[in-house]
Design a binder for this molecule. Structure first.
Ligand code: ZN
Length: 239
């Protein structure tokens, strides 16, 4: 997509309240003239993510005047059915471990497919032509619906099924966590880094009592470990 087309485009960002989705929000606010956000209440084990995303949207409006005018409506969609039909460590209070197929039990089957499909329907109604998601192949636990092929194929299916030309942008697809911290710094400098460090939530266990150098979390679950390692590498290598 050319820079000129991007600047005139309107986007819908999938915002969960985690580090990756907030970096995607900043990326969209830098590139597009109008940005709306969408989040999903699917019976997550913890309500913390949903509280975080609400506060983050308020803080982005307060602390980034250059983005304030581009940031439009937030859509919170209730999808409790996802919690009913799946049995995973993100929706049930069970220990995080690997399933027999090699995928962690934090994988919610079909989650990203459902989220992107719901987002495309909202984008259709709102006249938004871009979806932005924080899916990433590089660091994560091999969730199949985060892979580039899955996203590209879904984009084709959605556009055939809705007679649209919606584009799914995944700016983090080939970045590791260190590079994602670095991207945040490039997009919004120290202010954005601090907002992501102190206000986003990634911890699978919902731990938010202790602020580490890299943010809140238990420090031991896979999400905390990735986030912490990435932050340490970023600090070590930044110029
Ligand atoms: Zn954790």
């Amino acid at each position: 997509m050319s820079i000129l087309v991007m600047e005139k485009s309107k986007a819908l960002v999938l915002l969960s309240g985690g580090q990756d989705s907030v970096t995607c929000l900043a990326w969209a606010l830098t590139h597009f003239s109008w940005v709306e956000t969408i989040g999903f209440d699917y019976g997550q084990r913890h309500n913390i993510e949903l509280d975080c995303r609400k506060k983050i949207l308020t803080l982005v409006r307060q602390r980034f005047p250059e983005w304030q005018q581009r940031l439009g409506e937030d859509h919170l969609i209730e999808m409790k059915a996802l919690g009913q039909i799946s049995d995973t460590a993100l929706t049930k209070n069970t220990e995080i471990m690997l399933n027999h197929n090699g995928l962690p039990n934090t994988f919610v089957p079909g989650r990203n497919i459902l989220f992107l499909t719901m987002a495309a329907a909202v984008a259709y109604r709102r006249g938004l032509s871009i979806l932005v998601g924080g899916m990433c192949e590089t660091d994560y636990s091999g969730y199949p619906d985060c892979r580039d092929d899955a996203i590209k194929s879904l984009q084709v299916s959605l556009n055939i099924g809705m007679a649209t030309k919606i584009c799914i942008e995944t700016p983090l697809m080939w970045l590791n966590k260190e590079q994602i911290w670095n991207l945040a710094n490039t997009l919004g400098g120290h202010n954005l880094l601090e907002l992501i460090r102190t206000e986003t939530h990634s911890c699978y266990l919902g731990e938010r009592n202790h602020l580490h150098a890299w943010g809140f979390g238990c420090g031991t679950c896979p999400a905390c470990q990735l986030r912490a390692c990435g932050y340490t590498s970023y600090l070590t290598r930044k110029p």
